[in-house]
Design a protein around this ligand. Structure first.
Ligand SMILES: [Zn+2]
Ligand SMILES: [Zn+2]
Ligand SMILES: [Zn+2]
Length: 321
């Protein structure tokens, strides 16, 4: 007995091709000791389409024969040896290093299936549907969400995986199932196709709005970059006439002028103006930060991304490449 996936042939074929059989049958890399047949009954939208159609992501409905259960999932499809191998590597991460994070920091994993289609070697990876993509930069999200996301990223690093180019494209967002947090959302990290093995040396406890550490004290450059992008720290210094001065000097314009050491030759009215502006910019930044923090998660798009055209509501095109 094996774990088998029956996937409808028509959605995978170019429109001008007639399928020989209505389904492709693929076999699991690892059946986890639970022989079963998963049948994809519906292929909904194509969420992503890259490498001229050789890498795709679909939202699907699937039935498990053994469990007699029908549910929605997301599947990644890779055609041809090259993309097959990349997707298989990703599957090995879900079955290995990331296994203990599945269902929390990363989606639940339901198997990697291998077979032959019109494009030759084909792999299909099945994951939990973790909701909507995020189209708005991480720094524009509320604090609880940014913190949760960075915490999930640290867990991924500590599991021995580095996403290399971690960004908003690695995040999907699901509603918090806790009824008392019905207006809150949970980030889930996706897309490990560029992931690398990683020995993470970051071992601190991340504290939101703690004073920004010196970069040399954060011994993981990828996490450092993510922390900066997420604006999770409180600045240590600000620039005043091309010099870094401690943030405490911004308590008042007078204090900044007295302690900030403006150049001797600088006219007083210029010093007054710059000191006022530096204080105001910082205050404005913090006020904007607070407003974002108290708001909701910003998706940037009311509709689910679709690979085939612009969004009905915002007109944005999904990224393909
Ligand atoms: Zn790391
Ligand atoms: Zn939109
Ligand atoms: Zn599409």
């Amino acid at each position: 007995m094996t774990l088998t996936l029956k996937f409808p042939a028509a959605p995978l074929l170019p429109p001008d091709r007639q399928p020989k059989n209505p389904h492709y049958e693929l076999v699991a890399l690892n059946d986890g000791g639970l022989p079963d047949t998963y049948t994809v009954t519906q292929v909904h939208d194509c969420i992503s389409n890259k490498a001229r159609g050789m890498r795709r992501v679909y939202r699907i409905t699937m039935v498990s024969e053994a469990m007699n259960q029908t549910r929605d999932f997301v599947c990644k499809v890779a055609f041809g040896m090259r993309y097959f191998e990349v997707l298989k590597e990703e599957a090995m991460l879900y079955e290995g290093k990331l296994e203990s994070l599945c269902g929390q920091a990363v989606p639940m994993y339901y198997g990697f299936f291998m077979g032959e289609t019109y494009e030759g070697r084909t792999g299909i990876l099945i994951l939990e549907d973790c909701g909507r993509p995020l189209r708005v930069p991480i720094r524009r999200q509320p604090l609880y969400f940014r913190y949760h996301l960075l915490h999930a990223l640290i867990q991924v690093h500590h599991a021995g995986v580095d996403l290399e180019d971690f960004g908003v494209h690695n995040v999907v967002v699901t509603k918090d199932p806790d009824p008392s947090r019905a207006d809150k959302h949970i980030p889930v990290i996706i897309d490990f196709s560029n992931a690398k093995k990683h020995k993470c040396l970051y071992n601190d406890e991340l504290v939101a709005y703690s004073v920004m550490p010196y970069p040399s004290l954060v011994p993981c450059s990828e996490l450092w970059r993510a922390f900066m992008e997420a604006e999770i720290f409180y600045p240590r210094v600000v620039t005043f006439f091309s010099t870094d001065v401690p943030i405490e000097y911004l308590q008042s314009v007078e204090l900044l002028k007295a302690k900030g050491n403006p150049p001797d030759w600088m006219p007083q009215d210029r010093i007054d103006r710059v000191a006022y502006r530096v204080c105001k910019d910082h205050r404005d930044w913090w006020a904007a930060r607070k407003a974002l923090d108290e708001g909701s998660v910003r998706f940037g798009c009311a509709r689910m991304a679709h690979c085939c055209g612009p969004c009905d509501e915002c007109g944005l095109y999904p990224t393909t490449g």
